[in-house]
Design a protein around this ligand. Structure first.
Ligand SMILES: [Zn+2]
Ligand SMILES: [Zn+2]
Length: 211
């Protein structure tokens, strides 16, 4: 199964079982189907968005954000295609070692008895290893200042927040749910972003939908 098929199937499953915001996932499914099939025609994308964008999405506000959204949909697909042919990425920086963008999420992957933490690029979806106890925004490394919050609805997704700079990102924990697809589960767990926003935290990097 290709990465795109896995994403689409995971989003379909989450839209069925997720009690909140299935319309965002349904919209994501349409976008992912478009991204999966080059060449990426702007006219086709505009038609698709006119048909399927949820009204609540930031993607339908005004002309300028809309244009940025089209550009991002296409740039994401093309950056990922380029990243697939690049040598494996390694880095200790909080920006993507391949394209320089910020991470949209962290990923915890099983390693021995524990887990290793990776950051997931918001543009090309490259993953690179990153220290467990280190804020990717300000470099805070005091465990007492690095908070973790979870919610019952998404036991395998957690908010990793920094009390020094008040920035957070979500981590998808594959040791708790091996079926999760980080970039899709990140979108599905928007309820955690709402919670974090209400508690004074700012997201390190919003996802494609501005969430
Ligand atoms: Zn990247
Ligand atoms: Zn910080």
């Amino acid at each position: 199964m290709t990465t795109w098929q896995r994403r689409i199937e995971r989003a379909e499953e989450l839209a069925r079982v997720s009690p909140v915001y299935p319309e965002v996932l349904n919209f994501y499914i349409e976008i992912a189907k478009f991204q999966a099939k080059p060449p990426h025609d702007l006219g086709a994308l505009k038609d698709l968005i006119r048909r399927s964008a949820p009204k609540a999405s930031g993607a339908v506000d005004g002309a300028d954000p809309m244009h940025a959204f089209y550009a991002r949909v296409i740039a994401q697909a093309e950056a990922e295609a380029r990243a697939r042919t690049a040598p494996p990425a390694a880095g200790v920086q909080p920006q993507c070692p391949l394209c320089g963008e910020k991470p949209v999420a962290a990923v915890l992957r099983p390693e021995g008895d524990g887990a290793k933490r990776f950051l997931l690029c918001s543009l090309c979806f490259t993953e690179w290893e990153f220290r467990r106890l280190l804020c990717p925004n300000c470099g805070e490394e005091d465990p007492a200042k690095l908070a973790i919050y979870t919610a019952e609805e998404f036991p395998h997704v957690r908010v990793e927040a920094c009390e020094s700079c008040k920035v957070y990102l979500k981590a998808v924990d594959l040791t708790k749910n091996g079926l999760a697809v980080p970039e899709v589960d990140e979108i599905a767990s928007v309820v955690l972003d709402l919670w974090a926003g209400e508690h004074g935290y700012t997201k390190l990097q919003t996802n494609l939908f501005g969430l």
